[in-house]
Design a protein around this ligand. Sequence first.
Ligand code: GAR
Length: 226
Amino acid sequence: MGASANGNGAGRRRVAILVSGRGSNMASLIEAARNPDYPAEIALVLSNRPGALGLARAEAAGIATRSVDHRAYGGREPFEAALHQALLDARIDIVCLAGFMRLLTAGFVARWHDRMLNIHPSILPAFKGLDTHRRALEAGVRIHGCTVHLVRAEMDGGPIVAQAAVPVLPDDTEDSLAARVLAEEHRIYPLALGLLAGGRIAVEGERVRIAGHVPPAGPALVNPAG
Ligand code: GAR
């Protein structure tokens, strides 16, 4: 446990990041946690895909990794039992889903109530699910973006912690729009985890209230600003 204090006066929160793919959001969280004043430390990176690029990147960064291959289990519940045990073994306080492409059961989600974050590439509640950038282009929206939220049983639902918006430009392709959104994902995920790990988030009803000073959002339409 690190010696530095977070907003609760406690040590740094131990975080597990769950990935299925390349792990660029994971990398942004690892980078933020290099700062000793950041209230979270990345204690584990876990993947359901043993070959995930994110695992290799985490190992290269000196972070402990585990894979729990969903194909090795006879269904979602035994898979999640193994996942949960891995999190207990590592004494995890907070779970961050970062491109983790498995739906989680209500039972698993309940165990991590208000202690599990997800990042989604749209301004929720718009465009839940997959292919958000293609669907945003097809819908003709002028503003698109990303959301970090606390996880609830409903897919891509739950109290919103942070969002960032980007313009949709006339010549955008799925790839160009995805890249613009991804840059904002890398800003708001460390911000949101810092707020949760720092004990600054209260959930009232299903809305998040943030304690302490939050600077006003700048022209990049990030709310709250980092
Ligand atoms: C990110 O864009 C993330 O928002 C998205 O997957 C990508 C993972 O990239 N997540 C979802 O669509 C979840 N519904 P990364 O592995 O480079 O972080």
